[in-house]
Design a protein around this ligand. Structure first.
Ligand code: SAM
Length: 254
């Protein structure tokens, strides 16, 4: 029996119904290529492998990855990489479109979402399990108190769907919090160029440093009052009231 490493966020799924529910939502096709982040003991990996064309799994825990590569019988369909996913150049392993799946280690889930967002590989979609509280923040709408930098950053780049909540009881060991399953589908042609994308990141970060400050104050070094008024029609607005499309528009004028 594997000794669970808390530092690696190891809470393993043990409930077949939840695993089936996840795979139903993912709907793998026999022609699909998948990347699984943090396969652990293979709760999602084993049911997935016979349904798809190719699978790349990245697992930081050496003992688990050795076990997986032995039992999965690594061949040209399956690649097991023993590494920290955040330190990998994914484009070295992935060519063509890939679907991402994972029950993410919660302590670095935000970093993994941003890592995927900034990666150069072509992602078809992402299905991941995260802490419920984080999924609620990612999918929050403007005006909601959970709406913040991560909601804007993720919603600007992806169509976001919260699929369902998952109780701590379906894991071993049980986490302290509820989880949720999330679908992200990349949006096409959101930014005019890299400069626009970088300006967007910059102003979203600046605006949410102080969410109660009006953007005419928090963005005063980046954009003129005239431009804010021209784009939004109200220079007294606060970041929590702006949609991600409005941030994308503002970033054109920075
Ligand atoms: N997918 C399995 C399941 O659902 O039962 C395990 C999920 S567990 C929440 C997270 C997994 O991610 C663990 O196996 C852990 O070792 C692995 N992990 C943690 N940090 C990682 C990292 N930086 N890169 C790759 N894998 C990581």
């Amino acid at each position: 029996m594997h000794k669970h490493k808390k530092s690696l966020g190891q809470n393993f799924l043990i409930d077949k119904n939840v695993i089936n529910k996840i795979l139903n939502k993912v709907s793998p096709l026999i022609s699909d290529s998948f990347l699984e982040i943090g396969p652990g003991e293979g709760a999602l990996t084993y049911p997935l492998i016979n349904k798809i064309a190719k699978l790349l799994v990245i697992e930081k825990d050496q003992r688990l990855s050795i076990k997986l590569s032995e039992s999965l019988n690594e061949n040209n369909k399956i690649t097991v990489v023993n590494h920290d996913v955040l330190k990998i150049k994914l484009e070295k392993y992935v060519d063509g479109k890939i679907r991402v799946i994972g029950n993410l280690p919660y302590n670095i889930a935000t970093e993994i979402i941003f890592f995927l967002l900034n990666s150069k590989i072509k992602i078809q979609d992402i299905h991941v399990m995260l802490q419920k509280e984080m999924v609620d923040r990612i999918s929050a709408r403007p005006g909601n108190k959970q709406y913040g930098r991560i909601s804007v950053m993720v919603q600007a780049n992806y169509e976001v769907t919260k699929l369902f909540d998952i109780s701590p009881n379906v894991f071993e060991p049980k986490p302290k919090v509820w989880s949720s399953y999330l679908r992200l589908v990349p949006k096409q042609a959101v930014f005019i160029d890299d400069n626009h994308r970088e300006n967007f990141k910059k102003i979203v970060t600046q605006a949410f440093v102080s969410r109660r400050k009006m953007i005419k104050t928090s963005l005063k070094d980046s954009i003129s009052l005239y431009d804010i008024y021209h784009i939004i029609g109200d220079e007294r607005i606060r970041p929590e009231q702006l949609s991600c499309n409005q941030f994308i528009e503002i970033a054109k004028y920075v």
